[in-house]
Design a protein around this ligand. Structure first.
Ligand code: FAD
Ligand code: NAD
Length: 476
């Protein structure tokens, strides 16, 4: 039988919020026997987000990129407590968090408090809507598994409704117009996957609507993928042209209704023009916004007053102005982009830090104990002094923890028709490449990054399955 969680009153309680990239990287490397570890997250699994766009078309099945948190915790040396709940308030004065069961089934008790000695916040971010009217009501986001499932269902609903007997011609065009707002990597990867789905599967199965399907990517800035090098932006834009994905840059969406988007387009002369675009499916991918729990904590801490994008942290990821609270990933502002790469390196850093802190404390108490035996048994003085010196040497070595340093491995994005773009760090330089070979690099890189061997096998099988049998177009 698995070991049960048994909190030790002599150990500190470390509470970790979230089961995303940051928190799971911390859990993976943390020596759990040093603390009473409690994990709180409304999502009882880790999600491998880089392959989420592939789930929207069924190229990958959603369970293949999910890893149950219970499975992850099972392998830890000392048992960890997990609560499927949302943290709704952090009381930094009393050092307690309020948690609430936000799932459908609730028990008699569905709200309570969890005390902490140390707290790590890894709650990620919400979808940004900038308060644009109609976005929440009418568009799909692409952040969680349920978003990918909703998109998959909606794509097929639009297609089947367009193919309905005697469907009006304008309505066919609207229903088959798939609009993506936001030309960051999420929007670009989704647009590419969508076009593939249509070209490789839907077209064959429903040929009568084949020439009406259209994908448009809308971006407020002058180009898509701003974090990639110029050469790769050009390559992506020309590939999209070949794939018949229309890119509308300098187009800022201002309003969304159930069937149209309204946007301001800035022309070459700087003049603004209003346009209305009818759509069947709208996917909103305009980046991140703060979660309520993060906003709430920031409002309690005067040192966070000027921080806009998240919890400002120092070089050891300590939340500025707070005691015993650390933050990782998309909810923390450490001077890096909100990516999985950054979040997982931050999580792994905190694990090293906490492992060291625990070791330091145990060495210090060992030195204290040895010093006291010196007075009781003076005969062993030389031996004990030697032991104390050994402990002190170890202590000096591990106490010297360097601040967090992010090492950028590069950026990768899939752009459709078996092509990808990559900006990779190479011996202090940068290497930019794109095309079909890059796609195989993209595939192997993501496969190797999957959480577990089980995930890796499932993803590889999904790719083979989709290649042989095509994607499944049944609408769930
Ligand atoms: P998340 O991974 O979002 O995890 C947050 C966790 O906190 C979740 O478990 C959530 O349920 C939980 N939570 C939320 N609210 C609460 C609460 N109140 N209390 C407790 N728990 C809470 N980055 C890359 O580097 N490469 C990529 O290829 C890439 N592809 C991406 C593709 C898509 C479609 C998306 C959406 C993002 C992609 N990213 C990629 C970005 C990457 O996913 C994020 O930067 C990363 O997930 C951030 O990790 P995190 O731990 O901060 O948050
Ligand atoms: P993003 O912030 O990178 O891009 C959002 C885009 O939406 C911006 O270019 C912005 O100009 C545009 N936008 C905002 N408001 C708009 C409006 N009203 N009308 C039109 N356009 C508007 O967001 P993302 O793509 O979701 O990425 C979020 C984070 O996750 C980023 O850090 C990204 O690097 C990371 N990510 C990485 C990968 C990858 O490496 N393959 C994939 C997905 C996400």
């Amino acid at each position: 039988p698995e070991e049960q969680y048994n909190p030790d009153p002599h150990k500190k309680t470390l509470v970790i919020l979230g089961t995303g990239w940051g928190s799971v990287a911390l859990l993976k490397k943390l020596d759990t026997e040093n603390y009473n570890v409690v994990v709180v997250s409304p999502r009882n699994y880790f999600l491998f987000t880089p392959l989420l766009p592939s789930c929207t078309t069924g190229n990958i099945e959603h369970r293949s990129i999910m890893e149950p948190v219970r499975q992850i915790l099972r392998h830890k040396k000392a048992a960890v407590k997990y609560y499927e709940a949302e943290a709704t308030h952090i009381d930094a004065e009393r050092k307690v968090i309020k948690i609430s069961d936000s799932s459908e089934i609730k028990g008699v008790i569905n709200e309570t408090e969890v005390p902490y000695d140390m707290l790590v916040i890894g709650v990620g971010a919400e979808n940004a809507t900038f308060g644009i009217p109609g976005v929440r009501e009418h568009s799909c986001f692409l952040k969680e598994i349920r978003d990918a499932q909703a998109i998959r269902t909606k794509i097929m609903d639009c297609v089947e409704t367009a193919a309905f007997k005697d469907q009006a011609s304008d309505e066919i065009d609207r229903l088959l117009h798939m609009v993506v707002v936001g030309g960051g990597p999420t929007g670009v990867e989704f647009a590419g996957e969508l076009r593939d789905f249509f070209d490789e599967d839907i077209k064959k199965l429903i040929p009568d609507i084949a020439d009406r399907f259209k994908v448009t990517l809308v971006e407020a800035l002058p180009n898509v993928l701003p974090m990639f090098s110029k050469q790769l932006i050009d390559y992506t834009e020309s590939t999209f042209k070949e794939e018949h994905i229309e890119i509308k840059t300098k187009t800022m969406v201002k309003k969304v209704t159930d069937k149209t988007i309204e946007a301001d387009v800035t022309g070459p002369d700087g003049k603004k023009e209003k346009i209305t675009i009818p759509y069947g499916l709208l996917v909103w991918a305009t980046g991140n916004a703060l979660r309520p729990i993060v906003k709430d904590l920031m409002s309690q801490i005067p040192a966070q007053k000027d921080s806009r994008r998240g919890l400002a942290v120092n070089e050891y990821l300590v939340v500025q102005g707070a005691r015993d609270i650390w933050a990782v990933g998309d909810c923390a502002v450490a001077g890096y982009a909100p990516t999985a790469q950054v979040a997982s390196q931050e999580g792994a850093f905190l694990a090293r830090l906490f492992n060291n802190m625990a070791k330091t404390e145990s060495l210090e108490s060992e030195i204290h104990e040895l010093s006291s035996t010196l007075n009781i048994k003076p005969g062993n003085a030389a031996e004990v002094t030697q032991e104390i010196e050994g402990c002190e040497r170890q202590l000096r070595r591990i106490k010297d923890i360097k601040p967090f340093h992010y090492s950028h491995q590069g950026s990768l994005a899939y752009i459709g028709s078996d092509r990808a773009v990559a900006d990779v760090s190479w011996f202090n330089g940068n290497l930019a490449f794109g095309g079909n070979l890059t796609y195989y690099f993209w595939r192997s890189a993501y496969l190797s990054m999957c959480f577990s061997t089980r995930n890796r096998v499932l993803v590889a099988l999904d790719w083979v399955k989709a290649k042989i049998y095509g994607r499944d177009v049944s609408r769930e």
